[in-house]
Ligand binder design. Sequence first.
Ligand SMILES: CC(C)(COP(=O)(O)OP(=O)(O)OC[C@H]1O[C@@H](n2cnc3c(N)ncnc32)[C@H](O)[C@@H]1OP(=O)(O)O)[C@@H](O)C(=O)NCCC(=O)NCCS
Length: 189
Amino acid sequence: MTLQHDGERRPTIRTERLLLNAFAMSDCPSVAALAGDRRIYEMTLLIPHPYEPRHAEEWIGTHAAQWGRWREDWSFNFAIRSTRGDLMGAIGLVGRPAHKRAEMGYWLGAPFWGYGFMTEAARAVVGLAHRELGINRLEAGVFEGNTASMNVLRKAGFHEEGVLRQRFLKDGKFVDERMFARIALPRVG
Ligand SMILES: CC(C)(COP(=O)(O)OP(=O)(O)OC[C@H]1O[C@@H](n2cnc3c(N)ncnc32)[C@H](O)[C@@H]1OP(=O)(O)O)[C@@H](O)C(=O)NCCC(=O)NCCS
């Protein structure tokens, strides 16, 4: 992974097949089209359904302030793009710097599922979190049954810590959450 910064000092990460960088307002139609898939809504907590362009505008509108303090707050959202720049999905952190930890969340547009893209994106954000930001504990909660997401986390070096039973009420049904975490390796020397 290669970390660089854009003209506004926001991070840009290049991996073998992906480009992770900031969202732009011009991404709104693609965000609405990709995140509007009901299967994404079903596995996440904060994505509305139906997903309209105004939802994307509101969401991306919050990003400038996040990028202004990303090194202090550890809270930000990356666009996941092909190396050509086409939008594929999103991955982000919500930080709790006082405890040197952050929660990771992500979604990928359905046309791109099953090619290892989210594993690649998650590994890149893990590297940024531990090595560049000094985050000790990364965590992620997954709805029971979301095998693909659990596999992404395991492949990115997370370990399962347990089940938080009936943690969320989603569309009138209680959903269990499985908690995963990854602790930074202690520095040697
Ligand atoms: C979860 C999600 C991000 C996975 O993205 P992806 O790029 O398809 O994942 P990967 O291709 O990196 O797959 C990781 C592993 O899971 C496996 N996997 C992928 N889809 C799977 C499925 N439907 N069922 C079981 N395993 C699956 C892959 O085979 C891979 O393991 P392998 O390399 O050993 O074969 C994507 O499905 C998604 O956006 N889902 C809806 C939103 C969501 O669930 N967000 C996360 C909330 S916690």
